[in-house]
Structure formats: structure tokens, C-alpha cells
Design a binder for this molecule. Structure first.
Ligand code: PSU
Ligand code: MN
Length: 316
């Protein structure tokens, strides 16, 4: 069964339609907790075959918390919440799958394309379908050495009232500048069991946060308070990568510096920058950053599942 959901309020007048295949459609209809997951990390961010491991681990983690996982993407022009197994397969083998940021969605839909969605594009689709919780690895942000490259993730977080679980912004970015932009944009950033912004591959960055939560219930309470005010911004929950896979800061700093040098030398920029830099860091760390990436994706999916499950329990 495939149903269409329409977003409440303003989105309805724009006629934004999301395709929601089974079993996510049934979960939404039954009011069960759903966690949206992005697909760009699978189709562009991680190398094969590790992208498959990531997809499996993230979905299992969401399920283990009592929620239903739903991967967002555009399939043959249809904005989709909850890729079916054969569709996911095509995305994992990267058969003509492009990377779609929020601004690319209308083109992909009008032209019947297949595309994997970044955090920004995934938030558009998930919120239009009424989903409230989303998990990813690291959000995009302000790039280093490239003052005009700021991820569309930031402005989308500023206009999407969802809970977004991440390990902070990716280490390849200017994290201090990213945190400042989030402040300007009014995005509430909450450290999960930490008082510091995590550095994606690293547990610490030295950048202090103004808010902290230690349980899923505390996150839900912050989200409900934001809703009370009618705030449109996301609650960005940042969780350090698990202890057993996190990397030391010096290792990551050196790897990122080398990767940036290589990107400058070869002229890589724009949408290609993030996948290139992540790949270069995997090489420079002898694969350790890949293990960290897989571990933090799974941990974030689990936390998002727990948050969605608690929200559901409170709403009953
Ligand atoms: N997190 C990861 N790996 C990734 C990404 C996030 O662990 O590849 C992707 C997300 O989809 C994010 C995107 O939205 O990178 C940011 O790309 P850009 O800097 O071009 O906005
Ligand atoms: Mn960019």
C-alpha cells in the first residue's frame, strides 16, 4: 500500500505531496513513532559496501527503540518517505543516484529523477509528511577556506520544527562558525549527555553549548516547549560519537588539514566537497574515521528512536 500524506497548514496550499510506502504509511496511520533518516549519507557519504552496513544498523537501531525507520529520497520524481527494500538497493549500488539538497527537490521531482537527499532535503520531505524526529551522522555547516560555501542544512534547520539528532557538524567544517550561524538562525542546540559541541569523529571540540539533556524525556520536554511558542526552528540534539569508536582530535585535525589541501589542489568544490573530504579523511585515518562514522550513525538512530518512542508515550 502506498498512501500520500499532506502536510498540515501552509504546505497543503503548495500541494506538496509525499509518497509514503508500506510499512511507514501504516505506522503513521496508526500514530506509531516514526524516525526519518537521510539517504545522501548512504549514496554519497559512505563508500560501498559500508553504506549497506550503515543502512541496516540505523534501521535496526530505530526499530529496537520501538519506532519505525523511514529513509527519505526522491524516487522517479516522487518525494518519498520510507524507501522500499528494492528502492534502497538501487540507492546502495548508486545506480544513477544524484545528491539532492533542498533546492534540487523541485527539479528532481519535475524531471522524474532519482536522488538521495541531504539533511536539508530530507527535512523538507519528512516535515511535509508530518514526521517529528530525524537522525543523521553530521549536519552540514560553514566550510573552512570557502566563505561562500555554507550548507543548505543550516537554513533548513532554521525553518523546520523537528528534532534532529546528529554528532554535531562534520569535522571537515569550521565548527565555531557553524555554531555561530546556528545561534543567529535561532536553532536550539542541545548537547546529549555533554556540555560541549561534539566534533563528529571526536567527542569534544572545546566549543561550549548553552543547553544539555541527559534523557530522551528531557529532549521531548524542550521540543514541546518550542512548540508551545510556535517556533519554526529545529531542536538540534548533538550526541558525541560512542567512546569505543571516537577518534582523538589531533588525528582528525591532521587528516582534515591534508584533505583540505588536496581539495584545493584538485579544485573540488560545491556539492562534491563534502563527499570528497569525507573520503579523503577515511584514507588518511586508515579507515578509522569510517568505523567512527558507522558507530555514530547507529548511536544517533538509536537515540532518535528512543526520543520518538517517548514522545509517542507522552502523547497517548
Ligand atoms: N553525515 C554523514 N555523511 C554525509 C552527510 C552527513 O555522516 O555524507 C551528508 C548529509 O546528507 C549532509 C550533507 O546533509 O552531507 C551536507 O552536504 P553539503 O555540505 O554539500 O550541504
Ligand atoms: Mn556545500
Amino acid at each position: 500500500m502506498a498512501t500520500e500524506t499532506r502536510a498540515p497548514g501552509g504546505s497543503l496550499s503548495r500541494g506538496f505531496r509525499v509518497r509514503v510506502p508500506s510499512p511507514v504509511a501504516e505506522a503513521i496511520a496508526a500514530g506509531r513513532p516514526v524516525v526519518a533518516l537521510e539517504s545522501s549519507v548512504l549514496a554519497q557519504g559512505l563508500p560501498t559496501p559500508h553504506n549497506r552496513t550503515a543502512a541496516e544498523q540505523m534501521m535496526a537501531a530505530v526499530s529496537s527503540a520501538g519506532a519505525v525507520p523511514a529513509i527519505t529520497a526522491v524516487v522517479a520524481g516522487e518525494a518519498t518517505l520510507g524507501l522500499t527494500p528494492p528502492e534502497l538497493e538501487r540507492f546502495l549500488v548508486r545506480d544513477g543516484i544524484r545528491k539532492l539538497a533542498a533546492r534540487d527537490l523541485p527539479v528532481a521531482m519535475a524531471q522524474g529523477l532519482d536522488g538521495a537527499t541531504t539533511v536539508a532535503a530530507s527535512l523538507c520531505i519528512a516535515s511535509a509528511a508530518g514526521i517529528q524526529v530525524f537522525a543523521t551522522g553530521g549536519i552540514g555547516g560553514v566550510h573552512r577556506d570557502a566563505p561562500f560555501d555554507e550548507s543548505g542544512d543550516l537554513v533548513e534547520l532554521a525553518r523546520t520544527p523537528m528534532i534532529v539528532v546528529s554528532a554535531g557538524a562534520k569535522s571537515i567544517l569550521d565548527l565555531a562558525a557553524t555554531l555561530e550561524r546556528l545561534e543567529t538562525l535561532g536553532v536550539t542546540v542541545v548537547g546529549y549527555r555533554t556540555s560541549e559541541l561534539p566534533g563528529f569523529f571526536t567527542r569534544t571540540t572545546g566549543l561550549l553549548l548553552g543547553a544539555r539533556a541527559d534523557t530522551p524525556d528531557e529532549v521531548v520536554a524542550i521540543y514541546h516547549a518550542a512548540q508551545t511558542l510556535g517556533r519554526r526552528q529545529a531542536i538540534l540534539v548533538v550526541q558525541p560519537p560512542p567512546d569505543d569508536v571516537a577518534l582523538p582530535r589531533e588525528v582528525v585535525d591532521r587528516a582534515v588539514a591534508d584533505a583540505l589541501k588536496e581539495a584545493r589542489r584538485t579544485g573540488i568544490q560545491g556539492a562534491a566537497a563534502t563527499p570528497f573530504l569525507l573520503g579523503a579523511v577515511v584514507e588518511a585515518t586508515g579507515g578509522r574515521s569510517l568505523i567512527a562514522n558507522l558507530g555514530l550513525l547507529e548511536a544517533n538512530a538509536l537515540l532518535a528512536g528512543q526520543i520518538a518512542a517517548r514522545m509517542f508515550a507522552k502523547n497517548r
